[in-house]
Design a binder for this molecule. Structure first.
Ligand code: ATP
Ligand code: MG
Length: 497
């Protein structure tokens, strides 16, 4: 890509960008939230037309005016937010939009071919499964298979590991290796710098829409070096957790039970308590009930047994609005589907939760404007304004917006699922410190994360979930990673905290 410039109203997302990617390499694209990574890749994938610049493939200038034309050049993109049809099968999604009309395709053959491609690249997926039945990691495999099935040569992966478990991320790394060994080319966006040092051959760094560095990734490349390139100054990864004296029991969960989408038990007799001013971390490989736990407590999923109380008030199966009013904030796992409405403005998304607290049917526009401006500023949400549609924010900035909204509700309990997913290094640090500030003010926090660093640096106690059960709850100051790791695979805790 040569001299690519792409503007949006009020924003220059890419300015005179040169990006050179060699065949057979894993090329990492780095930059802070809003630096222009997704935009640049959307230009390459034919979704956006740039105002200036040229794209050359194998030295030949090409015009790419649509995803179809990009694909004719062998370019396919797996987006930050998947674009699968949930009520169709894997096989149906894979062939969706292919030129051959569907009835001409032998679905059994399609299924066989999907299995073959899956095996070739170490990605196990059932072609007959419906998308809604799949975990996020499996859905991502479908997206990648879809591209490979169609013979993609240049594969763009936009934050593919943000939603993956550490194990899945390593598996994906191995799949990417195999793909480049077979001559394919991968452009890979990630905020997880250790993945970049581990998987990438070269890196290009964007800052505010411009390329600020382009270099090989070697054994000597450190994550702090990459962070410095991105941010433009030294970054200290430091979280100061001061001892906090927990108060009264705030959240009390008793033998909670619930079912998952497949109507199988997702929570089995889950019991724990969180005190005011305490952070309870929930560790576990995704898919072991964490999501369902968060949903039951925020009123988005029915409990089939047991109960939970907030400050003594039983809220089991209460209406979500009642739960919000009682002071439970929710930073959901999927910000796009449950966290925000893309077609609404930044301000309207903030109003979504605040209006339940405003008396009368109409919002006080002036107060909402003030609040929105304050939140955008305080949480560094990078947006041209508060009347910009939330859907046009960069992935990380959308997330900051939801965090800002939830924390501004003055909650008594925050249920935070993967709160730093998709955030750049600086924003991650800021959000972690915010959660600690909340704790100091006496807020209870239920922190769901797969990042052990995050869990250890924030939590007072850590509960480990496996197969819908709490395997044990340990003191975060004395627990070892090995112990937690073992419990994550189903072993009981030795000494409960
Ligand atoms: N469709 C759009 N309409 C208007 N502005 C947009 C649109 N897409 C992106 N932008 C703006 O362009 C800039 C770059 O956004 P982009 O999504 O490329 O960032 P990014 O580097 O991918 O960030 P993140 O790490 O948060 O995903 C941001 O300021 C964003 O708000
Ligand atoms: Mg992005």
């Amino acid at each position: 890509m040569i001299g690519v410039t792409k503007r949006f109203p009020g924003v220059i997302a890419n300015q005179d960008v040169h990006l050179v990617v060699h065949r057979g390499e894993i090329h990492a694209l780095l930059g802070e939230n809003g630096a222009g990574k997704s935009t640049l890749m959307n230009v390459l994938a034919g979704l956006y037309l740039p105002e200036a610049g040229q794209i050359r493939i194998n030295g030949r200038p090409v015009t790419i005016n649509s995803p179809k034309e990009a694909f004719a050049q062998g370019i396919a993109m797996v987006h930050q937010h998947f674009k699968l049809v949930r009520n169709q099968t894997v096989a149906e999604n894979v062939i969706l939009g292919l030129d051959d009309p569907r009835f001409h395709l032998d679905m059994e053959k399609v299924g066989r071919r999907i299995r073959e491609v899956g095996q070739q690249y170490n990605m196990d997926v059932d072609p007959d499964a419906y998308i809604w039945q799949l975990s996020v990691g499996e859905q991502q495999r479908v997206e990648i298979l879809k591209a490979l099935y169609r013979g993609a040569e240049i594969l763009i992966l936009d934050e593919p590991t943000a939603v993956l478990t550490p194990q899945e991320a390593i598996a994906l790394g191995n799949t990417m290796r195999r793909m480049v060994e077979e001559g394919k080319t991968i452009i890979f966006i990630s905020h997880k710098l250790d993945e970049v040092t581990r998987f990438a051959d070269r890196v290009t760094v964007l800052r505010k829409g411009r390329v600020v560095a382009e270099e090989p990734v070697t054994e000597e490349t450190s994550t702090s070096h990459l962070a410095r390139l991105m941010v433009g100054r030294e970054v200290v990864f430091r979280i100061e957790k001061e001892p906090v004296d927990p108060g009264e029991v705030r959240l009390e969960v008793e033998e909670l039970e619930a079912l998952n989408e497949k109507r199988l038990p997702a929570l089995r007799q889950v019991s724990f308590q969180i005190r005011a001013g305490e952070i309870l971390g929930i560790a576990g490989v995704a898919g072991n009930g964490q999501k369902e736990l968060a949903e039951v407590i925020t009123g988005l999923r029915r409990a089939t047994g047991g109960r939970f109380r907030l400050d003594g008030q039983d809220l089991t199966n209460a209406h979500p609005r009642k739960i919000i009013d009682a002071g439970i904030a929710h930073i959901p796992e999927s910000r796009i589907y449950t966290g925000s409405v893309g077609a609404m403005t930044v301000m309207e998304n903030i109003a979504l939760k605040h209006y339940t607290r405003t008396p009368g049917p109409f919002l006080d526009k002036r107060r909402l404007t003030e609040l929105s401006l304050r939140l955008v500023e305080e949480f560094h949400v990078d947006t041209p304004g508060i009347t910009t549609s939330a859907g046009s924010l960069s992935g990380g900035n959308l997330q900051k917006l939801i965090l800002a909204r939830e924390l501004s509700l003055n909650p008594r309990l925050i249920v935070a699922a993967y709160p730093t997913q998709g955030l750049d290094v600086g924003a991650t640090e800021a959000i972690r410190n915010r959660l600690l500030d909340q704790q100091k003010e006496g807020v209870a926090v239920l922190l769901i994360s797969e990042d052990l660093d995050e869990l250890f640096s924030l939590s007072d106690r850590i509960a480990v979930m496996f197969d819908g059960r709490i395997m044990g709850i340990v003191d975060a100051r004395s627990a070892s990673r090995e112990e937690i790791g073992l419990m994550m695979t189903g072993k009981k805790a030795s000494a409960p905290a």
